[in-house]
Design a protein around this ligand. Structure first.
Ligand SMILES: C[S@@+](CC[C@H](N)C(=O)[O-])C[C@H]1O[C@@H](n2cnc3c(N)ncnc32)[C@H](O)[C@@H]1O
Length: 186
C-alpha cells in the first residue's frame, strides 16, 4: 500500500480530529512554509499528521534551528518518529494549547498550522491564539491552512497584518499568513 493511501485511511479513521481525508497538497506545503528562511531559528508546527509539511520545513531550516511539531494522535507521532530522523525535530504528542509546557519562554520565529481550527470551540481557538501571540517576537509569523477564504475575523484580534493565498488544490486550500502580532489581544 502506498504511503499516501495509508495516510488517507488513517485520516479518515480519525476524521473528528484530523478534519481532512487526505494530506495537504504539494502547493500548500510550499506556500505554508513560505515564511521560513535561512534566518529562522525556531519553528512550531501544529497538526503534524504524517509529517509531510514537517519535511518541507526541515528542508528550509538552517542546521542550527529547531522544530517543535505538535500532534495529538499518538500513532501519527510514532509514524513520524520512525520515518524522519533529524536532530532538529522534536515531536510533541500533545495539543497546541499546551505549547508553553514544552517550549517554555523561548521565542518562536514562525508557527505553521494545519490543525482543523474551524472545528475547534471558539474558546479553544482564543486560548491557542493568545499563547501563539505571547510566544511571537515582532518579526514572528503564524501561518494557517483553512478551506475557506473568509475567516479573516479569526485572526484580526491577534495580528495587524494578514495575507491570504489560495490555490486550486482539491478541495481549494487557503493559506493565511499572519504577521505583526498584537501583544494586547482581545
Ligand atoms: C488536516 S490534518 C493535517 C496533517 C498534515 N500536516 C497535512 O498537512 O496533511 C490535521 C492534524 O491536526 C492534528 N490535530 C488536531 N487537533 C490538534 C491539536 N489540538 N493540537 C495538535 N494537533 C492537532 C490532527 O490529529 C491531524 O493530524
Amino acid at each position: 500500500m502506498s504511503s499516501k493511501l495509508k495516510t488517507a485511511i488513517a485520516f479518515v479513521k480519525n476524521i473528528r480530529t484530523t478534519g481532512a481525508i487526505s494530506q495537504t497538497s504539494k502547493k500548500t506545503e510550499q506556500e505554508i512554509t513560505a515564511q521560513i528562511t535561512e534566518e529562522t531559528k525556531l519553528v512550531v508546527e501544529f497538526g503534524m499528521g504524517h509529517g509531510n509539511i514537517t519535511q518541507v520545513i526541515l528542508s528550509k531550516l538552517p542546521q542550527d534551528a529547531k522544530l517543535y511539531a505538535f500532534e495529538v494522535n499518538e500513532d501519527f507521532c510514532a509514524v513520524v518518529r520512525e520515518e524522519i530522523s533529524d536532530q532538529r525535530l522534536i515531536v510533541v504528542n500533545d495539543s497546541a494549547e499546551n505549547l508553553k509546557a514544552h517550549i517554555g519562554e523561548q521565542s518562536v520565529d514562525a508557527f505553521v498550522s494545519s490543525m482543523p481550527l474551524t472545528m475547534f470551540p471558539s474558546a479553544l481557538v482564543h486560548t491557542i491564539m493568545d499563547i501563539v501571540v505571547q510566544s511571537l517576537p515582532t518579526h514572528g509569523t503564524f501561518s494557517q491552512i483553512l478551506y475557506n477564504k473568509k475567516s479573516h475575523s479569526k485572526f484580526a484580534d491577534y495580528f495587524a497584518s494578514l495575507e491570504v493565498n489560495g490555490n486550486m488544490s482539491l478541495p481549494p486550500q487557503y493559506i493565511y499568513h499572519c504577521s505583526q502580532p498584537k501583544k494586547q489581544s482581545k
